[in-house]
Design a protein around this ligand. Structure first.
Ligand code: ATP
Ligand code: MG
Ligand code: FE
Length: 341
């Protein structure tokens, strides 16, 4: 089955064509970074308007990349939530319109499910069950994944998401938008032990996270350094911040692996693109004999491939949505079920 996938939940228009036999055939991404950079964050109305401009041309180009046209498509899927409502509605409406006009099955997909299953697009797909650490711009959570739609939430952030902590830290250090890659770049060559930043919640026995205190600690360190800090100050502070986030993420992941008795770990979502995180997790899992799976860095952040893939798995299983399917800004992951027909 060839499935066209559409992602428009935030500030990326992502389109892909996925084949249940041959895998990913083509994918394209248009990022709105430039539009939002001036504002230091995503402006929802501008995001929706740009998705309207980009979606259909990008669908055409993606099909052309694969040397195919709509005649070759057997099903359509689009992100239905969670995310920005206006932005979601653009991709969902475009997807429904294409499916309706071509008399194809349609399915709205959960954005976080798409993130979680993205490592299966890589050469060494993870087998179920596995522990998933989802670290994105809007979410930080640990879940036991025993199959498509079988997600048991083990812990989550009680305040900021990990990606949000990167974004806010970048903003207060005036490093630019989006914050994650900016902080990672600024941290290069820095001394991660230079600042003794807190490791929020690591001593608590639960699997929840909290990142807002870390951001405050960065702010206090920046204030203490005054207006004219040493040249290496920012580099060291970014390296220390990055290390604190990664350290907390690993320690909670290790605890979850042990508690759930799992020996495979999947890391997905935008922060999973972080090079320091990838290195640190690779070394730590190897030591424990735990299998580690990441999507390629481009598929950690938002993209159409993960949507075509996750929606494709459910469409192949026979799941369909009616034309009354609408977008939802909020949609807890543990409300999902295995594919229904
Ligand atoms: P959600 O998926 O929760 O709805 P989102 O779609 O906005 O949120 P993603 O696209 O998965 O989130 O990831 C974006 C986040 O990842 C941003 O917060 C960004 O700063 C962060 N990020 C991207 N690259 C890196 C990196 N190299 N290091 C750290 N953080 C990164
Ligand atoms: Mg984005
Ligand atoms: Fe995302």
């Amino acid at each position: 089955m060839r499935v066209l996938g559409i992602e428009t939940s935030c500030d990326e228009t992502g389109i892909a064509l996925w084949d249940s036999e041959a895998g990913l055939l083509a994918h394209r991404l248009h990022s709105q970074t430039e539009i939002h950079a001036t504002y230091g964050g995503v402006v929802p109305e501008l995001a929706s308007r740009d998705h309207i401009r980009r979606t259909i041309p990008l669908v055409e180009r993606t099909l052309a990349d694969a040397g195919l046209d709509l005649d070759a498509v057997d099903g359509v899927t689009a992100t239905a939530g969670p995310g920005l409502l206006g932005a979601l509605l653009v991709g969902l409406s475009a997807g429904k319109a294409i499916a309706f006009a071509r008399e194809l099955p349609f399915l709205g997909i959960h954005h976080l499910e798409a993130h979680l299953l993205a490592p299966a697009l890589e050469e060494r797909p993870p087998e179920f069950p596995f522990l998933a650490l989802l670290v994105s711009g809007g979410h930080t959570l640990l879940a036991e994944v025993s199959g498509v739609g079988r997600y048991r939430l083990l812990g989550q952030s009680l305040d900021d998401a990990a990606g949000e902590a990167f974004d806010k830290t970048a903003k207060l250090l005036e490093l630019g938008f989006p914050g994650g890659p900016a902080v990672a770049r600024a941290a290069e060559g820095g001394d991660a032990a230079a600042f003794d930043l807190p490791r929020p919640m690591v001593d608590k026995p639960n699997l929840d996270f909290s990142f807002s205190g870390l951001k405050t600690a960065v702010l206090n360190a920046a204030k203490a350094a005054g207006d004219d800090p040493d040249p290496g100050f920012r580099t060291d502070l970014c390296a220390s911040f990055q290390e604190a986030v990664v350290d907390v993420l690993w320690r909670k992941s290790a605890r979850a692996l042990e508690q759930a008795g799992l020996d495979r770990l999947v890391v997905a979502g935008g922060v999973g693109a972080n090079a320091h995180l990838r290195t640190r997790f690779a070394a730590a899992t190897e030591e424990l004999g735990v299998g580690l799976h990441f999507p390629r860095p481009d598929f950690c952040t938002d993209n159409g491939a993960m949507v075509a893939h996750a929606g494709g798995l459910r469409l192949v299983a026979g799941e369909r949505d009616g034309w009354d399917r609408t977008a939802v800004a909020r949609w807890p992951l543990d409300e999902l079920h295995p594919p229904t027909t």
